[in-house]
Design a binder for this molecule. Structure first.
Ligand code: SF4
Length: 392
């Protein structure tokens, strides 16, 4: 799940019938979330999409007001579910949840090297709604809608602006392409967030992909467990289970997102035999401290979610205020190594600008090489020689 782009007019969030919850005093958001807890659709429809609704719930800064106005007029849309909003401190502009979903004026500024399509997805698109950057796997963009629009989204060029869930007809050229490319063994459903689609519609898309005989593995990229945990219903889990092997790739960025409801959503997936992996984006001022990442990764493991990637932010336009220098990520990983088990420590990865693929990065542990031995630095800082075997 990533983003980028500019459209003349902000589209309705989830559904044309969407209505913002009535404006009340700040902190009424929890009550709003509870009132709409009955169905995930009610919660999605109650998403905050206007400056007035947002202003009624949070004490906005000038920068947030300007950023929100611009986002609604022409940028990556504004949408925040009542549940996700209820996690925000209404009086703290630096709140880590708030900074992920409330626009700021900095989004209007492009920095050197930032791109509209940072992962070169348009260049690697062999059919509409399909991206293939590696020989054995492809990305199928099944919708452009999300229940929350993340301000760091790599796919902002198209998210929230291109007609909602893709019809079978619109997906047909992508499926036809997959059918004649047996080297593709794995398909990741993304968008947008595939779980904003109704379950029957999602099932139909999964059936279409599974009708291609050589597709072994399905993945779904979604933030639903994070921003709309009510979406992870038993009936959804049963439907997904019928397409095994199917993996859910979710996207927690901060330990405060691991609420009881979010953890229950992840555990529900696990209980149905669906493996859940997490991709965390490293975000400046949000999660770029070892103690924050430590708490997040440990919390994920407790919720039976495997921390899979720690992603360096993509060079998406207007995201410099959220990105960290590459060296920062490396030093965080060095700090976490040894402190977290291999299960809890994700791979630190940079997706190279232009779509050339992911590069895993590890702190350099080789101190020097000598004939027959290599000196390594351990996580404790001790230098140890590893002897090569003597050639017979
Ligand atoms: S949920 Fe994914 S696709 Fe949607 S805005 Fe967030 S990062 Fe982008």
């Amino acid at each position: 799940m990533t983003t980028e782009g500019h459209a003349p007019r902000r589209l309705p969030l989830i559904d044309a019938r969407a209505k913002g919850p009535r404006a009340t005093k700040p902190r009424a958001t929890t009550a709003v979330a509870d009132r709409h807890a009955s169905t995930w659709r009610d919660e999605a429809r109650a998403a905050i999409t206007s400056l007035e609704s947002l202003e009624a719930r949070l004490a906005l800064t000038d920068s947030e007001r300007e950023g929100t106005r611009a986002a609604i007029a022409a940028g990556l849309p504004l949408s925040i579910t009542p549940y996700y909003l209820s996690l925000i401190d209404p009086n703290d502009p630096e709140d880590p949840i708030r900074r992920q979903c409330v626009p700021r004026a900095e989004e209007l500024r492009d920095s050197e090297g930032e791109l509209r399509d940072p992962l070169g997805e348009e260049a690697y698109s062999p059919a509409p709604n399909l991206v293939q950057r590696y020989p054995d796997r492809a990305l199928l963009l099944v919708t452009d809608r999300c229940s929350v629009y993340c301000r760091f989204c790599t796919r902002a060029r198209m998210v929230g602006r291109d007609g909602g869930a893709r019809s079978e007809e619109r997906l047909r050229p992508a499926i036809d392409y997959l059918r004649v490319h047996p080297e593709v063994r794995e398909v990741l459903l993304s968008g947008g967030d595939p779980l904003v689609m109704s379950t029957p519609r999602l099932v139909r898309v999964l059936e279409l992909v599974k009708s291609v005989p050589h597709i072994d593995l399905l993945r779904i990229g979604t933030r639903a467990p994070v921003v709309l945990p009510s979406r992870i219903t038993p009936s959804l889990c049963r439907a997904l289970r019928s397409f095994a092997p199917l993996w859910v790739m979710t996207h927690f960025n901060h330990p405060r997102e691991l609420t009881a409801r979010a953890r229950a959503a992840c555990e529900r997936l696990a209980d149905h035999g669906i493996p859940v992996m997490n991709q965390t984006v490293l975000l400046r001022g949000i999660n770029d401290e070892a103690s924050t990442l430590d708490a997040l990764f440990r919390g994920l493991v407790r919720a039976r979610v495997r921390p899979y990637y720690l992603l360096q932010s993509d060079v998406m336009r207007g995201t410099a205020h959220l990105r960290t220098p590459l060296a920062k990520g490396l030093s965080l990983v060095a700090e976490l190594q040894g402190r977290l088990s291999g299960i809890a420590l994700p791979k630190f990865v940079v997706d190279t600008p232009g779509g050339h693929g992911k590069v895993p990065l590890v702190p350099d542990a080789i101190v020097r090489r000598e004939p027959g031995k290599t000196w390594l630095r351990t996580w404790r800082g001790v230098e140890v020689a590893y002897p090569d075997p003597i050639e017979p």
